[in-house]
Design a protein around this ligand. Structure first.
Ligand code: UDX
Length: 439
């Protein structure tokens, strides 16, 4: 049976979830305090760029199953299920900033009417869902609500695909209480479409669901950091990290995914979630030393790439450096915690002139760096007159970069390819001095 759902927050996770849940046949209202955003979404404008999102948004708006509103409490009062999908950014001490969650709980406790299932999609520290239940208990009678933890595993750029074809669905609920069992039944209805395509569904308690999310992200961050460090060793001793990673990946227990060396992980999830799990460990008196070291080593990897550029050129002062790729990964305009920020900062501090190009992320980079560097719509325009060409993001269009043309435009002959995307043999034949990662 289709359910009436409110999704609080129409950011990246909330919007994709609202659109996806309505596509499953539920009646969904996406709510937000940002009136302009709600108006644009109501017109079918997706606000963020995510492959396939626009089509799904428009199709579900037209069907009447999906609406958007700023009337948060009104919408909650008409819903059986309320998804919380607000941000939990990193606060000053590395823990997750919970102020948006607090606001959402305030709205839910005032708006809810009849039995309501409160589902947390936002990534929240262990214990948060129990705390939410306690807060709600202050206002609503026992038995009138249930709290569910349903973490998301959406990758930027592939969020729509990930929503409709997840590797698994995690649903944590209060396994000890009758409301928990009632919530479980409603969640089965919400996700019936995924159940029908045999998506594995993990039913567990609240703490387990919360920790699954952090453990998964921290593990992937660890895997990347491991291969980065191994790449540094391979580089020092004359081995080839690509052959190593490929062969390691042939072992089914390891798998070849997330073994691509680079300038360090970035983005909106790994950096904040690794820090948050370390602070959760502190709170419970458990030393998360592996993850603590991952955070440190990932920082060091960014510095290492910056120093690699510096060492190639001898010194930075007065040198012109073309940086291709500013986003934290390809297919996104997102620069949050992008290695490019740290690396470009280092180059500028050393007195270099930095010329940049990115297919999507230049506006965001500009709002951070302003006129301290130059921005070019064409990669060759950025390359013109440079002493060193640096690749920081694995955009497909850089893979086939015309190196002959690049060489003819450059003043120097250095390439630092922090994603190993270019053809290094060809680069060497053309007379470039080529430095990759781990080979
Ligand atoms: C990630 C998780 O994959 C997702 O499940 C979670 O919900 C949110 O965080 P996302 O941040 O979109 O998704 O990016 P992802 O594709 O996982 O990449 C993260 C970072 O790791 C990027 O900076 C990427 O360049 C880097 N990376 C990834 C590597 O350096 N090497 C790899 O092999 C894989």
């Amino acid at each position: 049976m289709a359910q009436d759902i409110t999704v609080i927050g129409t950011g990246y996770v909330g919007l994709v979830s609202a659109v996806g849940l309505s596509d499953f046949g539920n009646r969904v209202t996406g709510v937000d305090i940002d009136a302009e955003k709600i108006e644009r979404l109501s017109r079918g404008e997706p606000v963020i760029y995510e492959l396939g999102l626009e089509d799904y948004l428009q199709r579900n708006l037209e069907s009447g199953r999906l609406t958007f509103s700023t009337d948060i409490r009104g919408s909650i009062s008409r819903s059986d299920i309320v998804f919380i999908a607000v941000g939990t950014p990193e606060s000053g001490d590395g823990s997750a900033d919970m102020s948006f969650i607090h606001h959402a709980i305030e709205d839910i406790s005032h708006g809810m009417n009849g039995f309501t299932v409160v589902v947390t999609k936002s990534t929240v520290p262990v214990g948060t869902n129990r705390w939410i239940a306690e807060e709600l208990r202050k206002r609503a009678p026992e038995g009138k609500f249930a709290v569910v933890s349903n973490p998301e595993f959406l990758r930027e750029g592939k969020a729509v695909q990930d929503f409709f074809h997840p590797d698994r669905l995690v649903i944590g609920y209060d396994t000890e209480r009758p409301e928990g069992a009632r919530a479980r039944k409603l969640m089965e209805d919400v996700y019936r479409a995924l159940y029908l395509i045999e998506t594995p569904i993990v039913w567990c308690n609240l703490e387990t669901a919360e920790l699954i999310k952090y453990a998964s992200n921290a593990f992937l961050a660890t895997k990347i950091t491991f291969i980065n460090q191994m790449a540094n060793l391979a580089e020092a001793c004359g081995a080839d990290i690509h052959a190593i990673a490929k062969t390691m990946g042939m072992d089914g227990r390891i798998s070849p995914k997330f073994l691509h060396p680079g300038p360090g992980y970035g983005g909106s999830c790994f950096p904040k979630d690794t820090k948050a799990i370390v602070s959760t460990g502190e709170e419970f008196g458990v030393e998360m030393s592996v993850i603590r070291e991952v955070i440190r080593a990932n920082d060091a990897q960014k510095v290492r790439v910056a120093e690699k550029i510096e060492n190639s050129l001898g010194e930075l002062r007065g040198k012109t450096i073309a940086v291709l790729g500013l986003a934290f990964k390809a297919e996104t305009d997102d620069i949050r915690e992008s290695p490019a920020i740290r690396i470009v900062e280092h180059l500028l501090d050393g007195g270099a002139h930095v010329r940049t190009h990115d297919p999507e992320a230049m506006d965001n980079f500009k709002s951070l760096f302003g006129d301290r560097l130059s921005y070019h719509n064409d990669p060759f325009e950025a390359i013109e007159g440079s002493d060193c060409l640096v690749i920081l993001t694995e955009w497909n269009e850089f893979r086939n970069l015309d190196l002959t043309k690049a060489k003819s435009l450059m003043a120097g002959n250095w390439i630092v390819d922090a994603r190993n995307t270019l053809d290094r043999e060809q680069a060497k034949e053309l007379g470039f001095s080529y430095a990759g990662i781990g080979r």
